[in-house]
Ligand binder design. Structure first.
Ligand code: SAM
Length: 212
């Protein structure tokens, strides 16, 4: 996913009106970015943005913020927005580690995590976006009855994520080890880029929905 050599991606992003360049300044004031009081949902590690753009298109009464660490990937999402502008979607280029610098307590209504980087080495477990360390961060910015939805085809990462849930004081509301065969959980499912790729290869997709 990381395209290393897209010349000028940082400059391109710096000029984009679809990117919030001073997200720390918006902490507690995100409603002002959208000029309404609609709920705010975020996707962390959105990649090229296919999922969040479709979600934003289908849900104009909800505000969406796509978070991506790498400029070269974010650039692709910006180019899609230039082709089809959506008033209820903006992007931030940042590392999700700093999420509480950007959102106030309870400011986020829902968090989507899709096909997160697995960080397979044990010593890197804290970097996984589903680790107890990240769940503690989400605990701050997610409203008290907010939920997290996580999808992946990586069974080892999913097993780790499921084990982290009670350790962090959260609970699983719904879980599937084969999402595409689960009629109820598939209702309204939007495929991500990775989901399309890996499900077409025959990999089952795992999903959980959790709350505190
Ligand atoms: N969600 C997309 C999908 O399902 O098609 C992309 C999946 S890709 C494997 C993971 C994405 O998460 C990459 O674009 C990566 O740059 C981004 N990412 C990984 N760690 C991140 C972090 N700490 N903060 C923000 N983005 C991150």
């Amino acid at each position: 996913m990381r395209l290393r050599n897209v010349t000028g991606s940082r400059e391109y992003i710096a000029d984009s009106r679809f990117v919030i360049h001073d997200p720390e300044e918006r902490k507690g004031k995100w409603s002002g970015v959208f000029n309404n009081n609609n709920p705010i949902r975020i996707e962390i590690g959105m990649g090229k943005g296919k999922f969040i753009m479709q979600l934003a298109k289908e849900n104009p009464e909800i505000n969406f913020i796509g978070i991506e660490k790498y400029s070269t990937v974010l650039l692709r999402a910006i180019q899609k927005m230039e082709a089809e502008e959506l008033p209820n979607l903006v992007f931030i280029r940042m590392d999700a580690e700093d999420i509480n610098e950007v959102f106030a307590k309870g400011e986020v209504d829902r968090i989507y995590l899709n096909f997160s980087d697995p960080w397979p080495k044990d010593r890197h477990a804290k970097r996984r976006l589903e680790s107890r360390e990240f769940l503690a961060r989400y605990n701050e910015c997610l409203k008290s009855d907010g939920i997290i939805e996580f999808k992946t085809d990586n069974r080892a990462l999913f097993d780790f994520a499921v084990e982290e849930v009670p350790e962090a004081g959260w609970e699983i509301i719904k879980l599937s080890y084969d999402l595409h065969a689960d009629e109820e959980m598939m209702m309204g499912n939007i495929m991500t880029e990775y989901e399309e790729k890996f499900s077409s290869m025959g990999n089952p997709i795992c999903k959980y929905i959790i709350r505190r």
